[in-house]
Design a protein around this ligand. Structure first.
Ligand SMILES: [Zn+2]
Length: 387
């Protein structure tokens, strides 16, 4: 099984059978496990003993779901980090290439280097769950499986990261029971289509060659590692993979909420921080989850009792939430007219989403009651800024 797997990767044929595909992975990279949370105690089982526990990996969605103009979609995924040195270098390489990616992180390593998990997310990449200590989950009790996943999620949240609900079981080892545990916690199990075998062998060119020969129409989920000893070589393969695949018409994406190449579709809502006349109110667009690409909405103000063009600017703007962030805001200057007036109101609304769905589309902007003799200066109606 091992030889046939290697040969099929080297010749670039797609891996046909799932059972054999897992065997070699099970012999693979055993991450030096960090501290195991007390609730997830249990002896590590040598990976090679676990081949029988591996369940077939699901095929990607049969529909190619190709994006217009793309030969196929490619989602790069990197497992077993974060680790100093390699993970930051990979982030730099991916940013220079302007290519999205998803990082499946080991909880104990996140606990050891929370700053690296934050770096990955704030650089616009998605963060996902790869167990606490890279243990093979079928050898663990349901309670231990759940503790491993939940502990990793807690470490990510404590690190200030907003993890996706994607979970890749170490070694791809998953049986029906483990799958039920993962799904029961609200996670989506994610495996891969193309194994770079970067942990096993190869120069950067050879690793890139394996990936490129595996690309096909439709969806491609590529497995690489930023947390194994050979990872520096795998990072060196990335630029060649991206440039060559793009030349052949492939489009790079992140992973969507189903674990398929695409983008998670966040829900955007708008709120307003009010301010008195002469100051600026602030409209805040907030996403319910991190996206791996810029997401934008059109924002406008409608008159209620306040008059657009008089009390408030006739504002229409596109507000963009950058990758790795959850909010974007825009200042709305309120003109001071010095008149005695009751509260005045306007409606701020968002529409025209791009890569995002709309949740709460409207928020009320209230200009508090004003007494004559207050500040009577003009606010600029054009000086819109995005703090
Ligand atoms: Zn792994």
């Amino acid at each position: 099984m091992l030889l046939s797997r290697v040969r099929s990767a080297v010749t670039g044929r797609r891996l046909a059978t799932a059972g054999s595909a897992l065997a070699i992975v099970l012999l693979a990279h055993v991450v030096s496990a960090g501290p195991v949370p007390p609730e997830a105690s249990g002896r590590a089982v040598p990976a090679a003993q676990l081949a029988g526990a591996a369940a077939p990996r699901p095929r990607p969605a049969p529909a190619p779901a190709q994006r217009a103009g793309c030969t196929g979609t490619v989602a790069l995924t990197f497992d077993d980090g974060p680790v100093p040195g390699t993970t930051p270098r990979l982030v730099r390489v991916l940013r220079e290439l302007r290519v999205p990616a998803t990082f499946f992180m080991v909880g104990s390593r996140v606990q050891a280097h929370p700053e690296l998990a934050r770096l990955v997310e704030r650089s616009g990449f998605l963060v996902a769950n790869h167990s606490w200590a890279h243990e093979s989950l079928p050898s663990r009790s349901d309670q231990q499986v759940r503790a491993s996943i939940a502990g990793t999620n807690r470490a990510l949240v404590r690190a200030g990261v907003h993890p996706t609900r994607l979970m890749r079981p170490p070694y791809g080892a998953m049986n029906a029971r483990v799958r039920a545990d993962i799904v029961g916690l609200g996670y989506v199990p994610v495996l891969w289509d193309i194994d770079s075998l970067d942990w096993h062998s190869g120069t950067p060119d050879q690793i890139a060659g394996r990936i490129l020969r595996g690309l096909h129409r439709g969806h491609n989920v590529v497995l690489q590692h930023d947390g194994v000893s050979r990872s520096p070589l795998s990072v060196d393969a990335v630029a060649k993979v991206v440039r060559t695949a793009r030349r052949h018409g492939y489009c790079f994406t992140a992973l969507d909420g189903r674990g398929l190449p695409g983008y998670p579709v966040p829900v955007a809502s708008v709120s307003v921080r009010n301010a008195p006349e002469g100051r600026s109110a602030v409209a805040v667009v907030r996403l319910d989850r991190m996206a791996a690409r810029p997401t934008s909405v059109a924002l406008a103000i409608r008159s209620a009792s306040a008059t657009i063009g008089n009390d408030l600017p006739a504002l229409r703007a596109r507000v963009t939430v950058q990758p790795g962030r959850l909010t974007a805001s825009i200042a709305i200057p309120i003109r001071a007219d010095g008149l005695t007036e009751p509260d005045e109101r306007a409606v701020v609304w968002i529409s025209g989403p791009s890569g995002v769905r709309i949740g709460r589309s409207m928020a009320l902007l209230t200009i508090p009651a004003q007494t004559a003799g207050g500040p009577a200066r003009w606010s600029p109606l054009t000086g819109l800024s995005r703090p």
